[in-house]
Design a protein around this ligand. Sequence first.
Ligand code: SF4
Length: 349
Amino acid sequence: MLSDDIAAAMGGSIDRAGVARLLRAEGTGREQLYAAARGVRDRMFGKKVFTYGFVYFSTHCKNNCSFCYYRRSNTGLERYRKTTEEIVQLAANLKDAGINMADLTMGEDPQMYANGFDGLLKIISAVRDEVGIPIMASPGAMPKGMFPRLREAGADWFACYQETYDRELFSRMRLEQSFEDRMNQKIWSMDAGLLAEDGMMVGLGETAESRADTILTMGNLGCQQIRAMTFVPQTGTPMETVTPMNSDNELNAIAVMRLLFPDRLIPASLDVEGIAGLRTRLDAGANVITSIVPPDKNLAGVAQHELDIGNGNRSVEHVLGLLDDMGYRPGTDAEFRSFMDSWRRSCRA
Ligand code: SF4
């Protein structure tokens, strides 16, 4: 009975097979699962939803991930690198609009990695000193010794998605990259006093059992934010002809993460289905909106590099208006900082 699995997940007594059954839920079982996840989310967080702005400031990358539009082998696209002044201005606009955090994201850009990551550290310090908005750094994999320096520069969070904890699948997705090194990014960041985000990709050909392993590992590592996003095939990549799946498995993953790890932040990303997918993700138990992107700034998304950006549908005003219509409210700056402080007190550092 799925209701037994839901109860076991909420009681902390579910095993891998039970998690996989929940991840395969369909029909009325799926509705039961989402209702339980919403109930848990509402008990833990009420109707407040935190909001993050996405500043993808460099689309240059030395890596060659099979699924990624910005992989180095995709030579037919225009790449950009924003200046520090532009990044500071974008972050200031987000803060003025009441957004809780600026997610400063880049590919593994050799120019930012040069001279001990000097370019990256200067950007983070500038946003901290000139704007003062909480900062998530998403710069790719870094050496262990860099994490204290990232924290000193002003980063509050470090995001690094494993995508899968299936080693064989990882080796086919994140080509030429170390599984252990990427897993350690989360541990090293928390050891340095940062909060950590991990993420999984859904629709890479993995089984429900594989997704169960990934969810359990992400949560048990202690990451304060965990996410799932559906794979979207990208032109110019080896996976461009893969048949895309709908978001059902992602929504089930969001609900299962909420039941297993009730106190974590779980994003509803606008990067997969744009604004059309916001309600379904919140209804499955998400409590953060990520990938809010201002229009007219020539900024890209990741999974969908153009979707809903140019038309302003991912703008702050549009997203906050929709939240209100759906019966949620944006979390305040004080609430977000309080959440971060409470986690830091319980962190390893
Ligand atoms: S997923 Fe990240 S590391 Fe991999 S190719 Fe894309 S930008 Fe680079």
